[in-house]
Design a protein around this ligand. Structure first.
Ligand code: GDP
Length: 526
């Protein structure tokens, strides 16, 4: 098979949701269809529970699960599907954001009872930043949920995207009958069953077909006709182009746990979802179909077993063909590296691979050379863009508890922040401020500093609400700002100045007083 065919085959995406909406269940059903697993229950919950905060080993056990399920690949109807898993826990949101930089599209799961939840909105913001095409699955239709029209309105309003239903539910909850496929004009009848993987599809000649009344009662049939008419009147016809440019999200209804409405979504997904196309770098746009290999690291997972202190870097291939034991150029370090044991994840198995193609994610064994955002090429000097740091929300100063172990502390903090566990900011050259999106990270850092680096520290909470990367619009004003606000300015790992705002109000005051300074919520700006 040639490069173009390999690219065309690949669909790399993530399933995202607010915790408990049904992401794990849906992932599992996809894997069942793909034959990657044989029984339900094989996909472990990649969930970090609240109670785990005080029990680090429990977190680690769960992190172990999360690496096993980090990438799940399977073949289905001639396509190679790569599902990148994202941690559901909100404290690991930063991890999720970075994973979203490595996908070509997403499926967003909504709970029909709860509608759009907090985490859904934030995840969608990240998708919008990168114009990632989105398919929406409204789950749990077997429960007494909200009115589907209301859900559509809420999706449009809160997620700022146009929606277009492709299936439509016939009643819901106790009396849920199934869905009508607006696209294929098929009826799909609901049978609660958590084990089967087939669905009863009934061909009818459109909504007016009297056959419809034979399958569902007249009351349901009439209501369906009315609603379909309304949908066709209100919503524009589905356009693949609008989906691909991320201005329109097709919506499916179903019940993941009952394996209902999944197959048609999967098949539509395979039909319309984008294969790898192109990606921006600091030099030029790289096309997936270029012959030379390029790719970048978006995640690093450290092995916490003290006897095996290795790390796995997750590498997304953007163009060309990756081959085992071949020298590639590490653009940040300016040196050549080769990989003897690249791995790929098929369901829960990790396999050694000889080659991989654009869209694939492979695990590279690393002993400290790779960090998030690093680019490999066949010699060209370029760096992939689009893997920004996002503003943290919890800030703490690091207090060294063992002055004889300062070196170990420095090294530990540097390596842990390279793995993306937290962001490190330096003030006045040596005051260390850590920023994260969740409290859990501080437990992880404290534990790992002690066990892996022999360093001890405390954290002193700081009352900042967000960090903003700043750039000059007017140099004089910018310099004055840096001077006057030095007590709330620090440098990030690239030595770029960051301003800590104590509140939204303080930020607005700063913006008003210093129009010559620009404030950015992520570390990447043009
Ligand atoms: P995640 O946190 O998004 O991964 O959610 P899970 O897949 O773990 O699902 C959360 C809970 O919702 C579990 O108890 C599932 O069994 C349940 N669930 C998933 N899909 C459905 C569904 O279609 N109907 C109902 N009633 N429950 C569901």
């Amino acid at each position: 098979m040639n490069l173009e065919q390999e690219i065309e085959k690949r669909k790399t995406f993530a399933i995202i949701s607010h915790p408990d909406a049904g992401k794990t269940t849906l992932t599992e059903k996809f894997l069942l269809f793909g034959g990657a697993i044989k029984t339900a229950g094989a996909v472990k919950q990649n969930k970090i529970k609240k109670t785990a905060t005080s029990d680090f080993m429990e977190i680690e056990k769960q992190r172990g699960i999360s690496v096993a399920t980090s990438v799940m690949g399977f073949e289905y109807k001639g396509k190679k599907v790569n599902i990148l898993d994202t941690p559901g826990h909100k404290d690991f949101a930063e991890d999720t954001y970075r994973t979203l930089t490595a996908v070509d599209s997403v499926i967003l799961v909504i709970d029909s009872v709860k509608g759009v939840e907090a985490q859904t909105e934030r995840l969608m913001e990240v998708c919008r930043m990168r114009n990632t095409p989105v398919i929406i699955f409204v789950n749990k239709m077997d429960r007494e949920g909200r009115n589907p029209f209301e859900i559509l309105d809420e999706l449009e309003e809160k997620l700022q995207i146009q929606v277009r239903p492709l299936t439509w539910p016939i009643s819901q909850g106790q009396s849920f009958q199934g869905v009508y496929n607006l696209y294929q004009k098929q009826l799909n009848l609901f049978e609660p069953d958590q084990t089967k993987i087939t669905e009863q599809q009934i061909e009818i000649q459109g909504i007016e077909d009297p056959e419809l009344d034979r399958w569902i009662s007249e009351t349901f049939a009439d209501k369906l006709r009315e609603e379909v008419e309304l949908i066709e009147g209100v919503y524009e016809p589905f356009s693949k182009g609008s989906y691909l440019d991320a201005s329109l999200a097709p919506v499916f209804f179903g019940s993941a746990v009952n394996n209902f409405g999944i197959k048609e979504m999967l098949e539509t997904f395979l039909d319309i979802a984008p294969s790898p196309e192109q990606r921006e770098t600091d030099q030029r746009v790289v096309k997936a179909s270029e012959n030379k290999l390029t790719g970048f690291v978006f995640k690093i997972h450290a092995n916490l077993d003290p006897n095996h202190r290795d790390r796995t870097a997750f590498f997304k291939i953007c163009s060309g063909k990756f081959e085992r034991n071949t020298f590639y150029y590490h653009t940040r370090l300016g040196k050549k590296m080769r990989f003897a044991n690249p791995t790929q994840f098929m369901a829960n198995e990790k396999n050694l691979i000889e080659d991989a193609w654009p869209g694939d994610v492979i695990g590279l064994y690393d002993n400290g050379n790779l960090k998030i955002g690093d680019t490999l090429t066949e010699g060209e000097e370029l760096q992939f863009r689009g893997i920004p740091s996002f503003s943290p929300e919890i800030f703490k100063e690091v207090i060294n508890r063992d002055p004889f172990k300062s070196k170990q502390l420095e090294k530990g903090l540097r390596q842990l922040t390279e793995e993306g566990v937290a962001q490190l900011f330096l003030q006045y050259g040596n005051r260390k401020i850590l920023g994260t999106v969740g409290e859990l990270q501080f437990d992880v850092i404290r534990f790992r500093l002690e066990h892996e680096y022999g360093a001890k520290c405390d954290f002193m909470p700081l009352r900042y609400f967000k960090a903003f990367w700043i750039t000059p619009k007017d140099n004089n004003q910018y310099d004055e700002f840096l001077r006057r606000k030095s007590s709330v300015i620090a440098e990030d790992k690239e030595k770029h100045p960051v301003f800590f705002a104590e509140s939204e109000w303080m930020l607005n005051v700063a913006k008003e007083n210093y129009p010559g300074v620009m404030f950015h919520e992520t570390s990447e700006f043009k």
